[in-house]
Design a protein around this ligand. Structure first.
Ligand code: ATP
Ligand code: MG
Length: 202
């Protein structure tokens, strides 16, 4: 056997072993239930991954609810496209947030109002997926009670999935989550002077 044939034979053997391991892991995962996902970290991709899951959900003809907790622009590509889909309920609750006024009392009232909308989604079994975009900041500033939030998340319909995004997710959220991605910031074009690009950043 020449060295190329030898290498090919070893590769085939390695792949066969890998396939056995992967197939066994797939066979073990038989449970069907709603999961809690947390996309956290300082890197880019937390919200856009969540909106990708909304698109997947719609692909199956299923329904999704999105709550955006932080005051944000209303002209984003995700809202322009996903917000107009008949199977999507899109709520931007950050409009009343006054992070700039530093008025904690007012912010807490707004946070409660926003969470009431989220609670509505979390008790609506017709929603296959609920996205709670930038929720972590409300927990970080203690605008919402983390225990209450976790209790509401755990009491949702058993087949409903929830994606929570935002930096610095608190430990209690990580504890109840099924899937956690900590997205690392390696490089961002913004720091090289590139402004927010339509379709990429908004
Ligand atoms: P995206 O919505 O693009 O998935 P994200 O949800 O991970 O981003 P956010 O903290 O919500 O991150 O930031 C929203 C905006 O800030 C986006 O325009 C994004 O490109 C930009 N951004 C995200 N991470 C960074 C970073 N590390 N440095 C500079 N800008 C960033
Ligand atoms: Mg985001």
């Amino acid at each position: 056997m020449n060295s190329q044939e030898d290498r090919n034979a070893r590769h085939k053997q390695q792949m066969a072993r890998k396939k056995e391991v992967v197939d066994a892991a797939i066979a073990r995962a038989t449970e069907n239930r709603g999961i809690i996902l947390v996309n956290t970290g300082n890197g880019k991709g937390k919200s856009s991954a969540a909106f990708g899951m909304v698109a997947r959900t719609l692909g199956y003809g299923l329904k999704a609810g999105v709550v955006q907790f932080i005051k944000s622009r209303r002209d984003t590509g995700e809202e322009k496209f996903l917000g107009m889909q008949p199977n999507v309920q899109w709520q931007v609750m950050g409009d009343g947030f006054t992070w700039d006024t530093q008025n904690r009392d007012a912010d807490m009232v707004t946070a409660q109002r926003a969470w009431a909308v989220a609670q509505g989604f979390l008790s609506d079994a017709s929603l296959h997926l609920v996205v709670l975009d930038e929720l972590t900041y409300l927990l970080k500033y203690s605008y919402l009670d983390a225990q209450q939030v976790c209790a509401d998340l755990l009491a949702r319909p058993p087949l409903q999935h929830v994606v929570i995004t935002g930096r610095a997710a608190p430990q209690c959220l990580l504890d109840i989550a099924d899937t956690v991605s900590d997205i690392r910031d390696v490089k961002h074009a913004f720091r090289a002077g590139v402004c927010a690009q339509p379709g990429i950043d908004l």
